[in-house]
Design a protein around this ligand. Structure first.
Ligand SMILES: *Cc1c(COP(=O)(O)O)cnc(C)c1O
Length: 379
């Protein structure tokens, strides 16, 4: 039986040709013309001006360098979204800084403006004014941009926009990845477009961009011998992978449309069943790429939990997945402050990520539909 994966890579068809070109010209290194081309394409996708892009080997390294550009170090407080992937917090710890976790609001699953402001004022009272806010567009759904950026401006705390899951999403018709003081994308294999592994940092000027490239390439000073005055990293994207990215970004709009169609397909039958509710945009300002389609389940009404449904689908070779476990409930982050209630935990408890691969056929989707309907009837 064929396996239906959650969100597998989907090639455009032009990748091998681009890679062949790279091999012919022997740019098989973390340096070469394709990197610059890929950066320019991302920058123009974001609207060009003031968006200076650095291609890196992961979204995690992009976040790490964003924190370094904001001078975040030992003892500094950084506000983080609890309902997210651990990679959106780990680099805070790499720098010896302290994450402070904030709960979500229900409409976008992202930073609650209320708890965000409570976290900021409470930390200020303790003499620990936060130095940055990492705001995530989780599952591709834009966070409440106007409200979150109003709070950021009020307290003069910069925003690092984690758009790892949100390439192709828009808020007020403006691309996600263009809002933050700094922003990042991921091109990991499961993301909407991929370079197999990779990421990008979005800076506001060339000074930041050049500094990030300097750190990403071992902080080698411009001398005729190897001179190092700062700690460096090996974070640059491989030129071979940038060639893959060049083909992938060309199909981003197509992929976004397909992801949105998949979400609509699930909504077309699940929203008619009492106990299922698809996670969707709360107003027309929001355009999610619906990186993953999510259904919220009422286990009393359905007599089956999200976990039960996941296990039943797995028996049919259909991969679904639980929501990110809130980070403030993770053993590794248990010691850090949390501001909020149980919104993120409730979403974790009742939500399920459904297969969202853009290469799925209508036969695949109908098979999933049949199996979901069978799962709730049998119980
Ligand atoms: C995937 C992801 C990252 C990290 O990106 P990598 O390229 O895997 O390092 C960061 N934040 C979020 C929200 C992600 O989903």
């Amino acid at each position: 039986m064929k396996k239906i994966w959650l969100s597998p890579p989907h090639i455009s068809g032009n990748e091998l040709q681009k890679i062949q070109q790279v091999f012919q010209e022997n740019w098989i290194a973390p340096v070469g013309p394709q990197i610059g081309e890929f950066e320019a394409k991302i920058s123009s996708f974001l609207g060009g001006q003031n968006r200076h892009v650095v291609a890196l080997n992961s979204g995690t390294s992009a976040l790490h360098l964003a924190l370094k550009l904001l001078n975040i170090g030992s003892g500094d407080v950084v506000i983080c979204q609890s309902l997210s992937f651990a990679a959106s917090v780990n680099p805070v710890l790499y720098e010896g800084a302290t994450p402070v976790f904030v709960d979500s609001e229900k409409e976008t699953y992202n930073l609650s403006p209320v708890y965000l402001e409570e976290a900021i004022t409470s930390q200020i009272k303790k003499g620990k004014k936060p130095k940055a806010i990492i705001a995530v567009h989780i599952y591709g759904m834009p966070y409440k941009v106007d409200e979150i950026h109003r709070i950021s401006a009020k307290y003069e705390i910069p925003i690092i926009e984690d758009a790892a899951e949100a390439m192709g999403s828009r808020y007020s018709n403006r691309a996600c990845g263009s809002f933050g003081d700094l922003a990042l994308f991921s091109f990991n294999g499961n993301k909407i477009i991929t370079t197999s592994a990779g990421g990008a940092l979005v800076c506001q000027d060339d000074i930041q961009k050049n500094k990030a490239i300097f750190w990403a390439t071992q902080s080698k000073e411009n001398e005729d011998f190897y001179l190092h005055k700062e700690i460096g990293y090996n974070y640059r994207m491989s030129n071979v992978l940038a060639a893959i990215g060049l083909s992938q970004i060309d199909v981003l709009e197509e992929r976004t449309k397909k992801k949105r169609d998949i979400q609509q397909f699930y909504a077309s039958f699940l929203n008619d069943i009492d106990g299922f509710q698809m996670f969707d945009e709360c107003s027309s300002e929001y355009k999610s790429n619906h990186w993953l389609s999510i259904v919220e389940m009422d286990k009393e009404k359905l007599q089956i939990s999200a976990l039960d449904l996941m296990r039943l689908l797995a028996k049919k070779n259909i991969e679904s997945r639980r929501i990110w476990k809130p980070l403030h409930t993770q053993p590794v982050f248990a010691e850090f402050d949390f501001y909020g209630n149980t919104v993120a935990e409730t979403i974790f408890e009742n939500g399920l990520c459904l297969p969202s691969g853009t290469a799925m056929t209508s036969a695949d989707l109908n098979f999933i539909k049949t199996e979901i309907l069978a799962a709730i009837k049998n119980d």
